[in-house]
Design a protein around this ligand. Sequence first.
Ligand SMILES: C[S@@+](CC[C@H](N)C(=O)[O-])C[C@H]1O[C@@H](n2cnc3c(N)ncnc32)[C@H](O)[C@@H]1O
Length: 446
Amino acid sequence: MAQKFKIVDYTTKYGSIMQFNRNKNTYIHGWYPFVEGYSKQFILSIIDEYKNINSCLPSLCLEPFCGSGTTPLELQKLGIECKSFEVSPFMYNLAKVKLTNSYTVESFNKYYTKIKEYLNNPVENICALVNLNASKRIVEKDGLDKWNFDKDTMNGILDIKYSISKFNNSKYERLFTIALASILLEISNVYRNGKCISYKKKWKEQHITRKEVHEKFLVKLKEVFLPDIKLINTYKKNQKLLSNNNECYLGDVRKNLNKRVDDDSIDLVITSPPYLNSRDYTDTYMIELRLLDYLKNDDDVKNLRKNTIRSHVQVKWNKSNNIGIKTLNNSIENLKKHESDFWNKGLINMIEGYFEDMSILFDILYKKVKKDGLIFFNVANSAYHNIEIKTDEIIAEIAEKSGFTVIEIREARRINPSSQQKENIPFLRESVIVIKKVSTSTKLCI
Ligand SMILES: C[S@@+](CC[C@H](N)C(=O)[O-])C[C@H]1O[C@@H](n2cnc3c(N)ncnc32)[C@H](O)[C@@H]1O
């Protein structure tokens, strides 16, 4: 069958820049070791391309799935305005902290000294002073066979939380909380293992003391955060710095985009939605979300899950609507043949729901993007029960249904499927779909 969309090999250009780890030591991006993001070089390559086409920079950009804030942060460094949306309060706070550029070295040092003094002489029974609002496995206790943090390690964390809460300055409280977030997994007994949290090998032999927690935190502040704050202060002396902080919004983008963004105002969208891989970010970031009080109770967790894109089965979704895309319907028909073997009965509803969400998003985007505006949409294909779901091609069809023109699908990387799928599906394509809102006059010429 003839290919509907042009698929172009971009593995040489994109292969090494689609992953966040390129930025782990980079100015501000390096404040938190994020896994599910792309690198600043990806943003820079798109801006170069935009400049070559339009002979100018975009005036206003949009990032519907802000995550750790890579897109609005890199754009603000280039002086480009960007509106962004994020549903997870942890990611949202992480992005906001990185987008704030009003920190001063003087204030940073004031709070650093304050916390250092406190940590030299912490309260003996700290766990009685600080509320621990997390799962029962969060800390070592009699009767548990596994726990996320040893008791002494947790005391170190609670010391830091307690002293941050005494700052009386929300800006630096947020900043220092992100510094704490950035060391949490390293000092825990677990690691993020794709969809879930797993225990580290030999975790029972590793013990991080209360004092070591304090030291790691202070080193992070001094060696990673402070040098960047010094740089912000130097840059500020020479030029007025743009901040995209006030245009980063918390909540479900499907509900907020219409309210927050004017029609026909966006020149360029750069984004990467959650992939259709049944990974629930609420699960994988539960330690940060609960331990740092971004979510207070189980109802908050449930509400957050309900507001995420339907890419997982951690909550029961309402029945999804069929959006009438042939490629999708063919995959669903094939999948139905394996329905009795499904590890979760909600899989088909999730897959249909995911694409319904994409359809809702593209309908709104069509109103918001200017004529000749561009979208760079980074996704990856998925596989369930040896059936490949060509997410990129289905989203391309959805974009065209909403009125856009798909320029091409760029193959960025080849991802290994899980071992059960490998025999029939040697690799899954990760791609960047390049989409344009073609003006009516141009359309007539095609
Ligand atoms: C792949 S990550 C984006 C990573 C980002 N490009 C970066 O470099 O940090 C997708 C993000 O979409 C967010 N998300 C999921 N559902 C959402 C929704 N309904 N509205 C807004 N954001 C959502 C997730 O919490 C996650 O942070």
